[in-house]
Design a protein around this ligand. Structure first.
Ligand code: ADP
Ligand code: MG
Length: 703
């Protein structure tokens, strides 16, 4: 019998929630905080002091000795620098724990060791973190002891964003302003704010930690760089939604407890398609908080895995030949009076506001498909996008049968009189109820799918921050809303104007809609005919950030300056080059020190066998043939290794930047693939006792 777990009590117990503020702050102070949270602005220094004291008292009651400004530099993960609440002792040597409003609101971490892409030279180290009042403070419980974490934005001395949060917050404000203009046109005078909501499904792999430690590629690159497929993969579809094994279940249970304490609404968990692959998803919330929470989800998965003797792999493609991991980013936009602008209602064909929003999103995604693609690219995702059961690198929208039909009618006649109904699903069993089915089936191959009352952006990589994809989504939709509002606000006959605008946008951007199989080869050709961009890799997507179109978009809405965009592009090239360099060096190391010596040991045994069998006067054809094959593959491996060593040494001596990144992509990655091939073939031939590290079968089937 399990003990009763009081989840209601546990939930958000480590979060300084509004409820706790209400309890602990004087009424006036609480009101001021709430107002700033909802409407923006700044706390007065006196108020900040009061809030800081209450926050510190709560943290200390929960065992905290330290606080940290918790931020999200452009490394894609989070950063923290702990300070104790300790102050100078008085004459009698007594020390009082303190935390001031100034310390709450502003921090000054040395910024020189974070990527800045040339925005800041190393001697200009000053960077500031500022409290993001819209995301609640929380206590992280690790071996360091409980630490009060204050979510912050991170900027340079000159005010440029050095993080993922600042542009996201800017994009949310831009989207809100433009969306409000639209809803006003439809007579909504109540709404003051529109917020993008995000629910991020997180996929991951779990393997045994001890086995992981035996593989340098997993340690340094987070994925396997060698490895022949196991005899069994995911072809039986027996892992997806399968019974959760005991060891994994115990891990999931602890993950949930930790996440609930942090106020993360961990809701759904299941086995994913590939062996050893799983998923966890929280309930959606404001984009900003969702981004922070997703970082906590990733951190928690890794930390709890360690406690269970497991290793959580967040890489987009840890194992070749089976599914990779993504992070489906579910996105919708809701007014503060509770209207989801993506809710079609029972009769979407008559819902003009919905159709306008849909037309704007079609326009946004079609106009900026390149940027959306870029926002979901990272080094690991290059292995996944377009790969085994992953959304293709071509951005398109799935609307489903019903909405696609509405769009077609609007495009052809300017009216949508009829509506395809979902109909009734007959189960054929008298004791099972018949039910009304959705008007739209699912399509798992689309990178950007409409799923009822939200869009699901599926390209995002599993290890990536969801900051960038949501910043881009908010920005491009804000632009489309703005252009629509500019026209409609001037219109003499609103009804005519909105009707014309919907028809125009849908006609012009209909090419972005694709309801077919996104994994099919034919789609690549069809997309090319439609003129849709197909950007296959991360390095090729970087340039999309600095096109005149992108600069105009991001500057117009104050989301990125041109300098910020250029710095981000630089960082992406650098990150790519560094990551591939680590992978190449790891492969070189494993080949030189592990694979080749192991194969030689095995070849030696074969050679001795040949000699001994012959001496015994028997037929040595089999060991001789095997020896020939193994030594031939060994020679191939050695040649490929030398080619990789050469490519790597040229690459690492190049000047940092675009050219170097492309060289890594074109030459080094190609040489890595060429080395992997004969090495994996050897793995299939060599006696398992000689193979120097755990195989795919050991890693994926033994947890
Ligand atoms: P799937 O069947 O797509 O795997 P899941 O239940 O695993 O669905 O995840 C769906 C995610 O979408 C959850 O995080 C859920 O909270 C989120 N979601 C649901 N409705 C909305 C919405 N209106 N806006 C944003 N996210 C939403
Ligand atoms: Mg799911």
């Amino acid at each position: 019998m399990s003990e009763f777990l009081d989840v209601e009590d546990l939930f958000a117990s480590k979060v300084f929630t509004l409820g706790k503020m209400k309890e602990r702050l004087p009424k006036g102070t609480y009101k001021e905080v709430k107002k700033v949270m909802e409407e923006g602005g700044e706390l007065t220094p006196a108020t900040a002091d009061v809030v800081a004291r209450a926050m510190k008292d709560w943290a200390v009651e929960n065992g905290a000795t330290h606080y940290t400004h918790w931020f999200q530099p452009l490394t894609g993960i989070t950063a923290e620098k702990h300070d104790a609440f300790v102050t100078n002792p008085d004459e009698e040597g007594r020390m009082i724990m303190e935390f001031s409003g100034k310390e709450l609101i502003k921090g000054e971490p040395d910024a020189s060791s974070f990527p800045s892409g040339g925005l800041r030279a190393t001697f200009e180290a000053r960077g500031y973190t500022t409290w993001d009042i819209t995301s609640p403070a929380f206590i992280k419980e690790t071996a360091t002891g409980p630490t009060l974490c204050i979510p912050t934005a991170f900027c340079s001395y000159t005010g440029e964003a050095l993080d993922k949060k600042t542009p996201l917050l800017r994009s949310m404000e831009a989207l809100s302003r433009q969306a409000i203009r639209l809803v006003r046109l439809f007579g909504n005078t109540e709404a003051k704010k529109v917020t993008p909501s995000v629910g991020a499904e997180q996929e991951y792999f779990l393997i045994d930690a001890k086995k992981a430690l035996q593989r340098e590629d997993i340690l340094f690159a987070g994925r396997t760089l060698f490895g022949a497929p196991a005899p069994k993969g995911q072809e039986m579809d027996d892992h997806y939604f399968g019974v959760i094994r005991e060891r994994v279940g115990a891990f999931m249970h602890d993950v949930n407890i930790e996440l609930w304490k942090l106020g993360v609404t961990s809701k759904t968990q299941h086995n994913e398609a590939a062996p050893a692959q799983h998923e966890v998803a929280p309930i959606y919330e404001s984009a900003n908080v969702a981004v922070d929470h997703n970082q906590l989800v990733m951190e928690t998965l890794k930390r709890v895995a360690g406690k269970h003797g497991l290793r959580c792999m967040l890489h987009e493609k840890p194992f070749a030949g089976v599914n990779g991991s993504g992070k489906h980013n579910n996105w919708s936009i809701t007014t503060d009076n509770g209207i989801n602008l993506l809710e079609p209602g029972q009769t979407p064909n008559e819902n003009i506001q919905f159709l306008l929003v849909l037309a704007c999103i079609m326009k946004a995604v079609d106009t900026h498909a390149d940027l959306l693609r870029q926002s979901a690219s990272n080094v690991g995702n290059d292995q996944r996008l377009g790969g085994y059961e992953a959304p293709p690198a071509i951005i398109s929208i799935f609307l489903g049968e019903q909405l696609e039909d509405v769009v077609s009618q609007l495009v052809v006649t300017g009216k949508a009189d009829s509506l395809k109904e979902g109909g009734v699903l007959h189960t054929g069993v008298s004791t099972l109820p018949d039910f009304v089915k959705d008007a739209t089936d699912r399509n798992r191959t689309s990178p950007f799918a409409f799923t009822g009352n939200k869009f699901e952006f599926r390209s995002v990589g599993s290890s990536d921050s969801i900051g960038s994809p949501n910043t881009t989504l908010n920005a491009i939709v804000a632009e489309a809303f703005c252009e629509a509002a500019d026209r409609l606000e001037q219109a003499e006959d609103f009804e005519m104007a909105v009707h014309d605008l919907i028809k125009e946008y849908m006609t012009e951007h209909q090419r972005i809609i694709f309801n077919g199989n996104g994994y099919a080869k034919e789609w690549v050709e069809e997309a090319a005919r439609r003129g849709l961009p197909n950007i296959p890799s991360m390095v090729e997507s970087v340039e999309t950030l600095t096109t005149p179109k992108a600069i105009r978009l991001f500057e117009k809405f104050g989301i990125f300056t041109e300098a910020e965009l250029r710095s981000r592009a630089e960082i992406l090239y650098e990150t790519y080059a560094k990551s591939v360099n680590i992978e190449a060096l790891t492969m070189i190391d494993m080949a030189n020190k592990q694979i080749i010596p192991a194969v030689m040991r095995y070849a030696n045994v074969l050679a001795e066998t040949v000699i001994k069998v012959k001496e015994a006067g028997a037929n040595a054809a089999v060991p001789a043939k095997l020896l020939d094959t193994v030594t031939a593959k060994l020679a191939e491996t050695k040649d490929a290794l030398e080619a990789l060593e050469n490519a790597e040494s040229v690459a690492s001596s190049m000047k940092q930047g675009k050219e170097q990144a492309f060289f890594y992509h074109d030459k080094v990655v190609t040489a890595m693939n060429a080395l992997r091939k004969p090495a994996d073939e050897l793995e299939k031939l060599v006696d398992k006792n000689y193979w120097p590290f755990p195989t795919y079968a050991d890693l994926m089937f033994e947890v």
